[in-house]
Design a protein around this ligand. Structure first.
Ligand SMILES: [Zn+2]
Length: 87
C-alpha cells in the first residue's frame, strides 16, 4: 500500500486539535508526522500547514538529539509499529 493513500484527507491535524506549541517530549503528537522508520513526513503527505510543519520539524529534531526518537532504524529491526517500543 502506498503511503499516499493513508493521507488522502488533507487537513492539518494540529490545526484541528488547536495545538499552538508542540513539546519535543510529547511523542504522541510527534508521531503524526513520523513515518514508520522515524523519518519526518513531508507536508504533501500529512497535509499539515506550513506553520505546524515547521514546529513539528523542530520538535522532532530536538527529540532526536535527546534520543527520544532514533535517527536511523536498522533494516533488520523494522517492526510494524515502532511506537509500541517507545511506549
Ligand atoms: Zn496547522
Amino acid at each position: 500500500m502506498s503511503e499516499k493513500r493513508k493521507f488522502k484527507k488533507r487537513f492539518c491535524k494540529y490545526c484541528e486539535a488547536k495545538i499552538d506549541f508542540i513539546d519535543y517530549k510529547d511523542l504522541y503528537q510527534l508521531k503524526h508526522s513520523l513515518s514508520e522508520r522515524f523519518k519526518i513526513m513531508p507536508r504533501r503527505l500529512t497535509g499539515n500547514c506550513k506553520r505546524h510543519q515547521d514546529i513539528v520539524t523542530i520538535a522532532i529534531k530536538r527529540a532526536r538529539q535527546t534520543a527520544l526518537i532514533p535517527y536511523i532504524i536498522d533494516r533488520k529491526n523494522v517492526v510494524e509499529n515502532p511506537f509500541e517500543v517507545i511506549r
